[in-house]
Design a protein around this ligand. Structure first.
Ligand SMILES: Nc1ncnc2c1ncn2[C@@H]1O[C@H](COP(=O)(O)OP(=O)(O)OP(=O)(O)O)[C@@H](O)[C@H]1O
Ligand SMILES: [Mg+2]
Length: 246
């Protein structure tokens, strides 16, 4: 059955097929209800414009609390903007209902967080396969893909391990593989190296950049590390509620 919201979104497609633009943010703003007794709102993001081309990679730097995670959550459709619009593959995400939005998120977007968020009771292989369950696919081909990806990041010998038996850098590599298992077109990483020592941080940064180059997955990395931001290449700075190319 075709989802009504998906049908509705068909009429909202603006960009022609084959357009190299993957995502566009137009005047995006985000406010949260103020936690004070006086009510009102607190504005975190205002007038954010951004165009992401397919295969591009960018880094977002900014002081703590400036709204980087808030922005990444909006780009990953985990949250909705309170102003402006976000277009993904020519479709206005604001026009999608929750179910359709969840489908886009699961199929098209991969997330890597600062804390890897692996399930401690599941093995490495099971953690990687989790995002495929939504499609009811855990067939041999998917398992082989997971094994190949784990081999790609040097974890062939750790597939049966549990997260508690891995180093921080190894956990983060598993998290990267889990984010890639559904072949997303967009990979969003929120301080993926923040909890790692220098050597492991460098390794994860290089891995993300290599995956962008090898697989053409569009990459957005939020980081506090200027070294990683410069390695990624296209540095954007978020401050005073706005995003600017450095
Ligand atoms: N759901 C929410 N409700 C109310 N305020 C929120 C919510 N989410 C975030 N905020 C506020 O928005 C601001 C930005 O938070 P955010 O987590 O995006 O910052 P950040 O740039 O990622 O910071 P850090 O570098 O420390 O991770 C903070 O002041 C935070 O308290
Ligand atoms: Mg954050």
């Amino acid at each position: 059955m075709v989802d009504q919201a998906t049908e509705q979104s068909e009429t909202r497609r603006l960009q022609p097929e084959g357009d190299s633009t993957l995502m566009q943010l137009h005047g995006v703003g985000k406010s949260f209800p103020a936690q004070t007794s006086g009510g009102g709102e607190v504005c975190i993001l205002k007038g954010i414009d951004l165009r992401l081309e397919r295969g591009e990679r960018i880094a977002i730097l900014g002081p703590s609390g400036c709204g980087k995670s808030t922005l990444l959550n909006l780009m990953g459709s985990l949250d909705r903007p309170t102003a402006g619009s976000i277009w993904f593959e020519g479709q206005d995400l604001g026009g999608l209902k929750e179910r359709a939005l969840a489908r886009v998120r699961n199929k098209k977007i991969g997330f890597v967080f600062q804390q890897h968020h692996l399930l401690p009771q599941c093995s490495v292989l099971e953690n990687v396969l989790l995002p495929t369950l939504a499609f009811g696919r855990s067939d041999r081909a998917v398992v082989q893909k997971a094994e190949a990806l784990l081999a790609r990041v040097g974890l062939s010998d750790h597939m049966g391990h549990f997260p508690g038996q891995l180093s921080g850098g190894e956990c983060q590599r598993v998290a990267v593989v889990r984010a890639l298992i559904n072949d997303p077109v967009l990979l969003l990483a929120d301080e993926p190296t923040g909890a790692l020592d220098e050597e492991n941080a460098r390794a994860i940064g290089s891995l993300l950049i290599q995956l962008n180059e090898e697989r053409g997955v569009t990459l957005v990395v939020v980081t506090h590390s200027r070294e990683l931001a410069l390695a990624v290449g296209s540095v954007h700075v978020l401050q005073h509620k706005r995003l600017e190319r450095e």
